[in-house]
Ligand binder design. Structure first.
Ligand code: FES
Length: 578
């Protein structure tokens, strides 16, 4: 039956019929010649004619010597291939660029859109009937979902899975909340040089993405909640045999999607599934970065994610999961506690259950059965949550007319309602030069403010919003301060850190106009962030402001000319859904 379809030219042009090796023919002006040449060259790779008659499941891979989080990709690819072959398809893996979080300068965020273009165009251009996307590190999963959403070919997201936290001198260490915790203690001289060297060698010891509910784990949960990942897939540790079984199941399922041509990403990523994903993000107290990424993914399908909606959902959605950086546990504990399925099951009365998933079943069908076991020290019931409201909140006001984000679950509530004096750093260079200066005029009650680290800045919105506590205050025992910027923050970080101020300073937003000594008012209860400077004075400063230079050439220029603000997901304007 399958072979009959493939050999019949009459069905080649029909929508949603698989076309295997004849799909997306190279344009020589002679389709017959193009098919003949392609089959000939494919046979040079040793494929039998029988294999070339099969539907093709593409496997988008992103291994790299510069990406530790993707170390396990070869065995995942093998397992996906096993699943595709078992179901009668031809698996073909292909590379895309890879974004290893800590190996890219100025920041991986600058290249997320580049990877999304790579994924989209390779899915669209090659003979792929369905695709398995394998990613894991922070920006790779959003890039793959953005690309797949635009290409709109049936696709499944398979994440590499989280690292294991490892025992170390009576506690466990896992990237990367513990990285920050010990670095803060080192800066405060509570930990010495030898100890920090030993800790450095024990923070990340297995394959996989960061071990806490950072950006990578949050995006894994979002992929599953959206319906783009198989049920139960988010929390399986990278090195657990279940992840290989999951990979095999992804291959098998992708083959079924190749045959049916459905469901398409456009049938899965809908306003309702995006709302579900936002609720999950809030319930797991996930990364602030995920708001930007989900907005970008949704934008590819012309779906808006206004920050006002985030606030409404945050008021209605409690935090159910006790994971670092806001709680005590690691991703492997969530897996053992029942995985994301346990969280989704608790949330079910808040979710829109008729959303389609990659399995061809609805979310409601997946949640018909209660999880066999739930560890309530990790996943709490809806009736008895860890925190009554969601982990994230958006703030608006004269300092952030289009919004800013605070991860309130990871912040100090004693700092939520206050007015403070601005201590301004004009750039990342200025910050690193002066933050530890003995002569810096700063007290624990001041607001540290960083400018020119937003999406339109030459730095490309790095994870620099977690401004270090000035050394002299850290040594005096200060653990948290109000920090404000247009930058992002690692999902593994914590503190009273206000991020993604929009419009950003490099676009001429009011953030660019703040001067040392200005007063700023913060009210988390009112969702307000205001610069207490008269409009007449701001107008004077605005007329003296000059934008940063646009790079002369290359990707940096393309980025600067087309990147949008954080509230638009920092996507390129020409990549959004039309
Ligand atoms: Fe890759 Fe943290 S460095 S997920």
């Amino acid at each position: 039956m399958i072979h009959g379809l493939l050999r019949s030219d009459s069905v080649m042009g029909e929508k949603n019929k698989f076309r295997g090796i004849r799909r997306n023919l190279t344009n020589y002006g002679d389709p017959g010649f193009a098919a003949y040449l392609r089959r000939s060259f494919a046979q040079s790779m040793g494929y039998s004619k029988d294999m070339l008659d099969r539907p093709i499941v593409g496997i988008a891979t992103s291994p790299s010597g510069f990406n530790n989080c993707h170390r396990s990709m070869p065995e995942l690819v093998d397992a996906v291939k096993r699943g595709v072959l078992k179901a009668g398809g031809l698996p073909v893996d292909f590379p895309t660029i890879s974004l290893g979080e800590v190996f890219l300068s100025p920041t991986s965020m600058m290249f997320r859109n580049l990877m999304s273009v790579d994924v989209e165009e390779m899915i669209r251009a090659q003979p792929i009937d369905a695709c398995v996307l394998i990613g894991g590190c922070d920006k790779t999963v959003p890039a793959q979902l953005m690309g797949a959403a635009s290409a709109d070919v049936p696709s499944i997201q398979l994440v590499t899975g989280p690292m294991l936290a490892m025992p170390y001198r009576g506690e466990r260490l896992g990237a990367c909340t513990d990285c920050r915790r010990f670095w803060a203690r080192y800066r405060a001289c509570e930990v010495g040089d030898e100890a920090i060297d030993q800790i450095e060698a024990n923070l990340a010891t297995t394959a996989g993405s960061c071990a806490v509910m950072g950006t990578a784990s949050t995006m894994a949960c979002i992929a599953e909640a959206l319906g783009m990942g198989l049920a139960g897939s988010a929390a399986i540790p990278a090195v657990h045999a279940d992840r290989l079984r999951l990979a095999e199941a992804c291959g098998e399922r992708a083959m079924a999607m190749a045959l049916s041509g459905a469901p398409l990403p456009s049938q899965i990523i809908t306003p309702a599934s995006v709302r579900n994903a936002l609720r999950v993000l809030l319930a797991v107290s996930g990364s602030t970065n995920a708001v930007v990424h989900l907005t970008a993914i949704a934008g590819r399908r012309r779906i808006e994610v206004p920050l006002e909606m985030l606030n409404r959902l945050s008021d209605e959605t409690p935090v159910l999961v006790n994971l670092k950086p806001t709680g005590a546990h690691y991703m492997q504990d969530l897996f053992a506690a029942g995985g994301l399925h346990a969280v989704l099951y608790e949330l079910r009365e808040l979710l829109e259950l008729d959303c389609m998933t990659v399995t061809g079943e609805t979310l409601g069908e997946h949640l018909a059965q209660a999880p066999a076991y739930v560890d309530r020290s990790v996943v709490r019931p809806l009736s008895d949550p860890y925190q009554p409201h969601g982990g994230l909140v958006a703030l608006f006001g004269s300092l952030a007319p289009r919004g800013a984000i605070l991860k309130r679950a990871a912040a100090d509530p004693d700092l939520f309602e206050r007015e403070g004096r601005a201590v301004v750093f004009e750039s990342l260079e200025d910050l690193s030069t002066r933050i530890d200066s003995e002569t810096l005029d700063v007290t624990a009650n001041d607001f540290l403010l960083l400018q020119n680290a937003g999406p339109a800045s030459p730095t490309g919105m790095p994870e620099a919003g977690y401004l270090p506590i000035p050394r002299k205050l850290a040594q005096a025992g200060v653990k948290d301060m109000v920090r404000i910027s247009d930058a992002r923050m690692s999902g593994t970080a914590f503190g009273t850190v206000i991020l993604h101020v929009c419009p950003d300073a490099a676009s001429g937003g009011n953030l660019a106009l703040v001067r040392n000594g200005d007063r700023i008012a913060l009210s988390v209860s009112e969702r307000r962030l205001d610069l207490l400077v008269p409009e007449s004075e701001l107008n004077k400063r605005r007329s003296a402001w000059t934008p940063p230079q646009v790079p002369a050439r290359g990707y940096a220029r393309l980025y600067r000319e087309h990147v949008m603000q954080a509230t638009e997901g920092c996507d390129f304007d020409f990549l959004r859904g039309q």
